[in-house]
Design a protein around this ligand. Structure first.
Ligand code: DGJ
Length: 733
């Protein structure tokens, strides 16, 4: 049974196949965290220490006992006002402007299935076989009439526990929520590292690992988007944990806006890890009867290293976050017009591109930015979603039909949350843009952000998009978002502190309406490359453009970092021209292909018409190979065999869950004078079995492969690339 309540000790225990999570309501009604680690039975109340810590720690009034202090106790939902002076999850202000609350256990309920969250993305379970359960524990502040419903979801078979919180004003007067984080994990001792995923536009999600030291370490976003700079994924692990050994815990935020993830080592060397909404520019008033949902955090634990954290998250995101028919289908191989033509295209050049794509075996042409209104550059026209028929040489349907007739599907780019000052939409509705009255709005890429918290704005954009999508056989939409929110002011908000959160709810509402209306449409998320690569967006768009940096060398680092929290099936990855437009690096086409094939959203993004015959032949071969390996890329277990930053060779692997086959890829990054042989060492094979490598026909014992590995040719040149396809031999072979 994944969820248990022991009424004698008031202990809640959550079991997954390999982990156990435990908490207890103590004698004062506080919810104390006891354990999150390897699966175990029993009562872990013994881990908590009570001692008189010099009388300096605050004790609740009814605990006339100096050994009891919330400033020391490991907790499930620490709040400001109870004496816990560490980072808390909740800060509220009452109608008199006073800060402080006191949350104690009120009631709980255990339910079958996985809870859902109104208006927000959340992990889901669609089969009773998942054995999913939900636990709701309501904490209450009787003075304020404030309730916090803590939600725990459990997917036992994939070792996933989720958390969310509903903050409800059940009292008679308004309260203002100043901070509403979702989850924390209190560790009573330990020497840990924290791993975060940081970067910038065109260099996202590079892992950064550092020791947890006294004080507070945080990453987050105040940009109104999860951001290119810091990803809402945090891993904490033993200092000596590796890919395959040691304990690790992770939190992944199912939310696409501003966030905060923190780790604090306190005065007693205890550690608190937490995640949730950013409290910057946040102030959420709740009138009596109103509630606020702190979005979901996905948690998992591994005592077999960081790789297992990734595997758990991949399984969860692939089957319990991503939705729709494209969740499980091979995705179309794309040719995207952006790096092929930027704004400089017309109907004829797109038709030619599609014709060449057909010849090469590419499935779909994506018409990127530049197809609408006066969008000849990035200074104008966002918000006016009308086809530029002059540029395309006729109605969109004419182009799409022509492309379809060549056997190529058609996709389109949009950036629906934005408006250009030079647009009819802005001229008609200047108040629809987020802008502070009397202050010149800050521009980003010469554009403003539409106020998605407003239903009328969303309706307008919805109707405009539907008119385009209905006008032709469009089968894919790339949903872009190219700037941060700076000016937070909505004409319609009762409190400007609500706007950033309500914006994201509005975005989700718009996306939900569109995916309901176009259930077969493949949506790909994008935000100046990978600026909104988060589990929230993946609930609506099963793949996301990983980065605007398409250089294969940099992409190895970006995809390596992304893989810690997100499955390959979610990564859009294209082969682009060399030397690369962003960094001028020259990488062979074979290497570019193999690197891009590590994304479930594989494609091309270069002018196919310019390619020499030899390159066309190589591309045909890549497409054939991709179709063969696609099931393993999307559904297999992904192994980071070596690091693109620390090792001479970057290697990675996709293996069938049952170990029956594996694709192992290696790219030589660094070469030295004569001699040293580099080995690629796969994992996840069946011990004791033999494997045949499909291209060479060589047969290898699995144990030797996983111990010594296979040598790459000595004296390999930079970017020498190898792909090994190991197939397990059955007894009959
Ligand atoms: C940013 C995206 O990341 C690119 O792929 C491209 O779609 C441009 N926007 C278009 O403006």
């Amino acid at each position: 049974m994944p969820l248990l309540y022991d009424s004698t000790t008031k202990t809640f225990t959550i079991h997954t196949d390999h982990t156990t999570y435990q908490m207890r309501v103590d004698e004062y009604g506080y919810l104390v965290h006891l354990y999150y680690g390897a699966r175990t039975e029993g009562q872990m109340g013994y881990v908590v220490t009570y001692a008189d810590r010099s009388g300096m720690c605050a004790s609740p009034h009814d605990a006339s006992d100096r050994t009891y202090s919330l400033d020391v106790l490991p907790q499930e939902y620490p709040f400001q006002g109870g004496g816990d002076m560490r980072n808390t999850l909740l800060v509220v202000r009452d109608a008199n402007g006073t800060f402080g609350c006191d949350l104690r256990y009120d009631r709980h309920e255990i339910r079958d299935g996985k809870y859902a969250l109104k208006g927000l993305p959340a992990v889901y379970s669609e089969s009773a076989d998942d054995d999913a359960r939900s636990l709701s524990i309501t904490l209450a502040d009787k003075r304020l009439g404030l309730e916090v419903e803590l939600l725990y979801g459990v997917l036992p078979k994939i070792d996933i526990i989720t958390r969310a919180a509903i903050i409800r004003n059940a009292g008679p007067a308004k309260v203002v929520v100043k901070r509403a984080q979702t989850a924390c994990l209190d560790m009573v001792h330990g020497s840990f590292d924290v791993i975060t995923f940081n970067g910038r536009h065109a260099m996202e999600r590079r892992p950064s690992r550092c020791a947890v030291t006294p004080g507070s370490f945080s990453v987050g976003s105040r940009r109104g988007m999860s951001s290119n700079q810091y990803n809402p994924l945090m891993i904490m692990c033993d200092r000596d944990a590796t890919e395959t050994s040691g304990r690790a815990w992770s939190m992944s935020f199912v939310y696409s806006g501003s966030f905060l993830a923190e780790v604090e080592k306190d005065q007693y060397e205890q550690v608190r890890m937490q995640m949730g909404l950013s409290d910057e520019q946040f102030s959420y008033p709740l009138e009596p009867g109103e509630e606020l949902i702190a979005p979901e955090v996905i948690m998992t634990f591994s005592n077999a290293g960081i790789e297992k954290i990734s595997h758990n998250l991949h399984r969860c995101i692939r089957k319990h976050v991503c939705r729709g028919p494209w969740r499980d289908r091979p995705r179309p191989i794309l040719i995207n017009s952006w790096e092929a033509h930027y704004f400089d295209f017309d109907g004829d050049s797109l038709a030619r591109l599609a014709g060449k794509a057909a010849e090469l075996g590419i499935d779909m042409l994506v018409m990127d930015d530049g197809w609408f209104a006066n969008r000849y550059d990035d200074m104008r026209s966002l918000g006016d979603w009308t086809v530029n028929e002059q540029k395309l040489g006729g109605p969109l349907s004419q182009l799409v039909d022509y492309v379809n007739a060549m056997g190529v599907k058609f996709g389109i780019w949009v950036e629906p949350e934005m408006v250009s000052e030079d647009s009819n939409l802005y001229r008609a509705h200047p108040d629809w843009a987020l802008a502070i009255p009397g202050k010149d709005p800050v521009l980003g890429r010469d554009q403003l952000v539409l106020d998605m918290s407003r239903a009328d704005v969303r309706d307008n954009i919805f109707n405009q998009l539907c008119a385009v999508f209905d006008s032709a056989n469009i089968e894919y939409v790339k949903w872009d978002y190219n700037r941060s929110i700076v000016d937070v002011y909505s004409r319609c908000a009762s409190d400007q502190g609500k706007v950033l959160y309500d914006y994201i709810l509005g975005l989700y509402d718009l996306l939900e309406r569109l995916i309901q209306r176009y259930p077969d449409m493949l949506f790909e998320g994008c935000s100046a490359g990978g600026g909104r690569f988060d589990a929230g967006m993946l609930y609506y768009t099963p793949q996301i453009w990983t980065s605007d940096n398409t250089d294969a060398h940099d992409r190895m680092t970006i995809q390596y970092g992304t893989s810690f929290g997100y499955p390959c099936s979610a990564m859009g990855a294209h082969v682009s021209a060399s030397p690369n437009e962003i960094n001028g690096r020259d990488v062979p086409l074979t290497t570019r292909g193999v690197v891009a094939m590590a994304g479930g959203g594989f494609g091309y993004e270069l002018d196919l018409m310019e390619l020499p015959e030899r390159a066309c032949e190589l591309i045909k071969g890549q497409i054939k190979m991709y179709r063969e390996i696609d099931p393993l890329v999307r559904e297999g277990l992904y192994y980071r065999l070596s690091s693109p930053k620390k090792d001479r060779v970057c290697s990675w692997e996709f293996a069938a869950e049952d170990g029956s086959e594996a694709i192992v890829c290696a790219v030589v990054l660094e070469v030295e004078g004569y001699g040293v042989a580099n080995y690629v060492v796969p994992r996840g094979l069946t011990r004791g079995a033999l494997y045949r490598e499909a291209t060479s026909g060589n047969v290898y014992p699995a144990d030797a492969l996983m111990d010594v590995g296979v040598p790459l040719p000595v004296g390999s040149a930079p970017y020498m690339t190898r792909v090994y396809h190991f197939v397990r031999l059955d007894d009959a072979d």
